[in-house]
Design a protein around this ligand. Structure first.
Ligand SMILES: [Zn+2]
Length: 281
């Protein structure tokens, strides 16, 4: 499931083929994804110029010249493919339409942006630019934004009796953090995933903020380097090789210097929490 760094990588990969350009033709090949697609979606997209591409949490927001914003959520298995763009010396022809190509945007300039989603947990909607939306309202601050800072997190977690892992996954506390990156954050912070949030000293909670930023920044940087590769591959954006220090490493030796622990897996609320019981307390 794509997390914030993957979505940011997709956004950055779409920018050169979408921002500032008109959607010459939009095709919408089915009436729904996870939810019904907006009425007359193809007509409402065709002819619009993309003024900018933003990201909020795990949503990509394309602001259009006509005053609407296209919201895109990749869901579990949604993929964005770019073809036909002049990308350096590489030129991709458009591949034949594939099964599960649900929305296809032919951009001015020749690039084609295809949203493919086999499981259809993804979503798209159109909303007036600047308006609220059920998927966006109530989201906490962006973890890489200025509203997310030490005193905010300390105040937000004070007195919370939930495990720290659940508190960081709560999208009202901070937007866009998912299971993988919360595991990595808690590992680097030396905090056990089942530790009650309220039991952590304020200084330790405050210390999570720079770690969260660092973990996300490193993953986004890894995604950025993958953008140079996609031009030579199949045009799919957003998935990249990234080495996790604890996620998916059950049974392996802990990588913390001086720690002789073994990575273990704990199931919390149906999700795996990879952690080192020796150095995460
Ligand atoms: Zn350890």
């Amino acid at each position: 499931m794509p997390e914030l760094p993957e979505v940011e990588t997709v956004r950055r990969g779409l920018e050169p083929v979408m921002t500032g350009l008109h959607i010459a033709h939009a095709a919408v090949n089915r009436p729904d994804l996870r939810w019904p697609l907006p009425e007359n979606m193809a007509a409402r997209l065709t002819g619009q110029r993309v003024l900018g591409l933003r990201r909020r949490s795990k949503y990509i927001l394309a602001d259009l010249s006509g005053g609407e914003t296209l919201l895109v959520h990749l869901g579990m298995s949604g993929r964005m493919l770019v073809s036909g763009a002049m990308l350096g010396e590489f030129h991709h022809a458009h591949p034949a339409p594939a099964k599960h190509d649900h929305v296809v945007l032919d951009m001015e300039g020749g690039a084609r942006v295809t949203f493919n989603d086999a499981r259809r947990f993804g979503a798209m909607d159109l909303l007036p630019t600047g308006a609220g939306h059920a998927l966006l309202d109530g989201l906490g601050p962006e973890p890489l934004g200025n509203d997310f800072h030490e005193s905010y997190l300390v105040a937000r977690l004070a007195g919370r009796n939930t495990p720290i892992k659940a508190a960081l996954l709560d999208q009202r506390v901070v937007a866009g953090l998912g299971n993988i990156y919360v595991c990595e954050v808690l590992f680097r912070a030396g905090i056990a995933p089942d530790r009650r949030a309220a039991s952590l000293p304020a200084a330790q909670v405050a210390g999570l903020v720079p770690i969260i930023r660092q973990v996300l920044d490193e993953a986004i940087a890894a995604g950025g380097s993958s953008l140079r590769d996609y031009r030579q591959a199949d045009g799919e954006l957003g998935y990249f090789q990234h080495t996790f220090r604890v996620y998916g490493r059950e049974g392996e030796s802990c990588t913390t210097p001086g720690c002789s622990g073994t990575v273990a897996r704990l199931v919390q609320s149906g999700r795996s929490s990879f952690h080192c019981p020796a150095c995460q307390r």
